[in-house]
Design a protein around this ligand. Structure first.
Ligand SMILES: [Zn+2]
Length: 239
């Protein structure tokens, strides 16, 4: 039965071709078919994103946002955020178009990088910035939690999404300056059980770093639990 193996091979090839035709991997940014199933975006869009590579440095432009405000051991973002760019449309999809799968996939991708970084590899608990229950109900999901889930999966680190809660519903931060944002968000987060974070290496996760007011407020609350360290990671950050 010499022909069996080539025949099986042929069948497999046919099946893959049919599946690829029915369920092609589409680039979430431009909608075109991607060239491989390993990459989330097509080559053209990948070339237009700007990875920060800040996870290679313990002191960098991400951590500088928190200098003299809250003590963090490391901080990094996957991409730079350029208004009108690919990363901006990606964040738009994640926050407002139900593309939580995209947040999760970016978490998987970034986790593979962070796992190999000396500044992140020993994190023990991943904590997403929580949404207020009203906002959660409105959106249906917490985008930062899906990013955190992806990180948790590829880094092999536990996700702890229930221990920090958001106690008040802040209004849009976009029209406020940094000082106003900080005042607006102070005391908004609360730990349910501080013991859970005590002496642990915490990786605090959000979608975008803008002024840093939200992450700072969360980190200050986590600090009260006396963790071993606090690191931060986001999908994107401004230049
Ligand atoms: Zn594309």
């Amino acid at each position: 039965m010499k022909f069996v193996k080539p025949f099986q091979h042929f069948l497999k090839y046919q099946l893959e071709a049919i599946l690829d035709f029915m369920y092609p991997n589409l680039c979430p940014s431009c909608g075109l078919k991607t060239d491989s199933d390993q990459d989330l975006f097509c080559l053209k869009c990948r070339l237009m994103t700007t990875p920060t590579d800040l996870h290679h440095y313990d002191k960098n432009e991400f951590t500088r946002h928190f200098d003299g405000r809250v003590n963090i051991a490391a901080g990094a973002a996957l991409y730079y955020y350029v208004s009108g760019g690919i990363t901006a449309s990606m964040i738009e999809l994640i926050k407002y178009r139900d593309r939580k799968d995209l947040a999760f996939q970016l978490g998987i991708n970034y986790g593979l990088k962070l796992k190999d970084s000396i500044h992140f590899h020993d994190c023990e608990l991943i904590v997403p910035v929580p949404l207020h229950p009203l906002r959660l109900k409105e959106r249906g999901y917490n985008q930062s939690e899906f990013f955190a889930k992806g990180l948790s999966e590829s880094m092999g680190i536990d996700l702890q999404a229930q221990n920090m809660i958001r106690t008040s519903h802040t209004h849009s931060q976009t029209s406020k300056d940094r000082q106003q944002r900080i005042q607006n968000i102070q005391g908004v987060f609360q730990l349910v059980n501080p013991q859970v974070f005590n002496k642990r290496h915490i990786l605090l996760v959000d979608d975008v770093l803008t002024t840093g007011a939200t992450l700072e407020s969360c980190a200050l609350e986590i600090q009260r639990a006396e963790p071993a360290s606090i690191r931060m990671a986001t999908i994107a950050m401004g230049y």
